[in-house]
Design a protein around this ligand. Structure first.
Ligand code: 1HN
Length: 348
């Protein structure tokens, strides 16, 4: 008759594990709490990447390898808790991409979605499915999944932007595809600004079919418009205790997230304001656009200034203190979690 087993010696258990392993079995009970923790568990750490450290290394890389040879000349922002894994949060890639005057980063497409947030310099362009957009600091630019894209530079100063990609999300599903375009540069088929004119003025063409599927049909959100909105908002009412004035970049055809896997935000925190601690399950990458202050993530504090990047991993409380009026760009995997019914947040 079967009965409740008596606690057994470790040696007998180890012996069982050794034998079943040969048949591709393993005991769940040895890893249960690691698989199903009581609350979010991640090797990612809070961290900051100082622009003053990054810029000289980028310029050094610029002298050592061309954009063409590198395909993309990017310094990866490695989370110090996940070195070697090319990620800044558990799900997202971030890097600084440099393009020099006269260079071309050759055309290709992949199923990974990308965003660009311009940090320094003007005159470079990125082309998406036949349309170019000139990059200016503070512009938020999208490369939708499986669209041809190349970058070029006809200006006179180095241009650097922050890349954000859903590489690890796509890898989780083993749904990666990549294809080079047959030529270095794709042909231009629409004038600059065509997408913004069609979809970016609270109007849409009759019978409009989403040109990029689940991704916003606007692929460049110029900083001037975002900044003006924040300035105007800050004259009305009170800032949110956790966020200041925070806005999400949307897909104008749906009112939802601009990308299916990554959400992007721009926020203003007034001078002297200290945000209440806030946590959410979407580990979030912040790029400082204007101002300076201090961020505290899970008890660790970092001073920040323009073009610094910092990260708040999943579920770690974040609070920001603005010494001067601050504008912060940020992005996270919120839409992916939202689609799967996983996203949670908590205010202090
Ligand atoms: C990529 O294709 C680009 O197209 C940038 O500019 C960064 C990081 C990882 C994988 C692919 C680009 C990337 C990337």
């Amino acid at each position: 008759m079967a009965s409740v087993p008596k606690p057994h010696s470790g040696a007998a258990r180890q012996d069982l594990y050794r034998r079943i392993e040969k048949h591709n079995f393993a005991p769940l009970w040895e890893v249960y709490h690691e698989l199903i923790p009581d609350q979010p568990m991640t090797p990612c750490k809070p961290a900051i990447w100082k622009w003053a450290d990054a810029r000289p290394y980028l310029m050094e890389a610029g002298a050592l390898i061309t954009a063409k040879e590198a395909l993309r000349r990017v310094l990866v922002l490695q989370n110090p808790g996940m070195r070697g894994e090319a990620c800044i949060t558990q799900s997202l890639f971030a890097g600084y991409q440099l393009i020099l005057p006269g260079e071309i980063a050759p055309s290709h497409r992949h199923t990974q979605s990308a965003l660009r947030f311009v940090l320094e310099g003007s005159g470079a362009y990125t082309a998406v499915d036949g349309e170019r957009t000139t990059m200016h600091p503070g512009d938020f630019i999208i490369t939708p999944s499986w669209t041809w894209h190349d970058h070029g530079h006809e200006g006179s100063e180095p241009v650097v932007w922050l890349d954000g990609l859903d590489v690890r999300i796509v890898r989780t599903f083993a749904a990666q595809f990549h294809e080079p375009f047959p030529e270095e540069v794709q042909p231009v088929s629409r004038g600059e600004g065509a997408s913004l004119a069609r979809y970016g003025n609270n109007l849409k063409p009759l019978g409009a079919v989403a040109p990029f599927g689940k991704t916003s049909p606007i692929f460049s959100y110029p900083y001037g418009r975002s900044r003006e909105t924040l300035a105007r908002l800050a004259k009305e009412g009170d800032p949110d205790p956790c966020h200041g004035w925070k806005m999400e970049f949307i897909n104008p055809l749906t009112g939802g997230h601009a990308m299916p896997t990554i959400a992007a935000f721009i926020q203003l925190i007034p001078k002297g304001f200290r945000t209440q601690p806030y946590r959410s399950t979407d580990g979030t990458v912040y790029s400082v656009v204007e101002g300076s202050g201090r961020v505290t993530v899970a008890g660790e504090s970092f001073d920040f200034g323009p073009r610094d990047t910092f990260v708040a991993p999943s579920w770690m409380p974040l609070s920001i203190e603005a010494d001067a009026e601050c504008v912060l760009f940020s992005f996270s995997d919120l839409p992916a979690q939202d689609a799967l019914g996983l996203w949670r947040e908590k205010r202090a």
